[in-house]
Write a protein that binds this ligand. Sequence first.
Ligand SMILES: NC(=O)c1ccc[n+]([C@@H]2O[C@H](COP(=O)([O-])OP(=O)(O)OC[C@H]3O[C@@H](n4cnc5c(N)ncnc54)[C@H](OP(=O)(O)O)[C@@H]3O)[C@@H](O)[C@H]2O)c1
Length: 448
Amino acid sequence: MGLIGLGTVGTGTVKVLLEHQREIERRLGFRVELKKICSRSIHKKDISWIGQAVETTTDWKQVVRDPEVDIVVELVGEPKTALAIARHTLDARKHLVTANKQIVAEHGLELAERGRAAGATLGIEACVAGGTPILHAIREGLSGEHFRAVYGILNGTTNYILTEMEQRNCSFEEALREAQAHGYAEPDPTMDVEGYDARYKIAILAMISFGQAVEVRDIPVQGITRIRQIDFAYAHQLGRTIRLIAAARRLPAQAGVGGGRLEAFVRPLMVSRSGPLAGILGATNGVLLVGDKGGNTTITGRGAGGEPTGVAVLSDVVEIAREIVRGGASVTGRPDRRKAQAGPSPLGYAHWHRAKLRPAGEMVASTYLRLVVRDRPGILARVSGILARHRINIDSVLQEPNHPKRRLPFVMTLEPGSERQVARAVTEIARLPFLAEPPLTMPLAELP
Ligand SMILES: NC(=O)c1ccc[n+]([C@@H]2O[C@H](COP(=O)([O-])OP(=O)(O)OC[C@H]3O[C@@H](n4cnc5c(N)ncnc54)[C@H](OP(=O)(O)O)[C@@H]3O)[C@@H](O)[C@H]2O)c1
């Protein structure tokens, strides 16, 4: 194999390979050799710890061209380069393993098709929920299932921040600083805290679970930057907690409405504290699969980090090595790529269609509405008057004690209604003169 990108995951992958090489050899019956490593600044890196003869280069094309490299592992991060490496590798009839969720979410079908045409396969397990085998579980272990929905906590950084806010009663900013100090969050955390990272991952999960190609940009996304400590206090009063949930689900076929369509989103939801995703804490990832026959299956584990992700990368390498051998090469001889057959589609389906996503705003749910106001008489009457005009019923009003009157938070829970209807009312409420900050709404989600 040849490896491109010796950063966090590249280094983790090499370390795991070195530590587990004998175990992998016992599994396969032959050794997986690391032939060549490419990294931009490889000559400045101390790679003496690798302790075995490995060729090095700064030019990734040399890895792809090397006749002794059958499997190219791409771990460079930067999407343009990653996509170029992926296309070159597959076109050169070599197998590719990548951890780049963005290129798989945006170009997965194209890459799978290139691979199929070239007799090369594509390993993508590391793209979603790092060290967990979630994609294999959906594609292989549960391939007889008809999935109704997939819900995930797919971003360790945001889950760490939310659970710190909940457990230590700290602010979003404090929890973010701590996540950065622990190396869980990038110096620029936008991709994580605004939900974009999770959006790529749910697009991949939707492809693999439903055989429908989803346009990443069509998935509505909302991050966690507006969640405050006080929201957890209210959530607890309601028997709930807050998690950034990435979801994709089939809409029930009703007479002429929604049948066969999908709904997908990334957003903070108030979920029941006794539900399967509420117990996923810290930087852990978790996915809840809802199947027609098998019911709920939950898979949790480490979603990131060099070595856990390296395990996922190597698991793909091992699987491809098995396929190469099954394709006709002798175990002791060099695998013959020309004889090798690409395995089942890496994306789980041989036939595809483009997903028709339900537009944002059509979800029907109970709603959490948090207002922060400059206290004065008549506030409740004004707010409930607006809600009544939009035909939205109030279920409860909650107010935590001991807050200053110039920034008084209180919460209303609203009976089930369409999000669009609630959004119209909230836009009107936001214009009221006594609001100290824009209102926050969150669905009170009933996950299976
Ligand atoms: N970090 C995680 O926990 C995690 C988890 C799951 C998936 N992933 C995915 O794994 C991939 C790698 O992530 P990472 O965290 O390991 O990134 P990283 O630490 O930034 O490492 C990327 C490495 O790629 C090298 N590189 C960049 N451009 C190159 C080029 N043109 N030619 C050769 N080498 C090049 C860099 O080289 P130099 O250092 O030599 O300059 C760097 O070491 C990304 O797609 C990421 O989304 C990461």
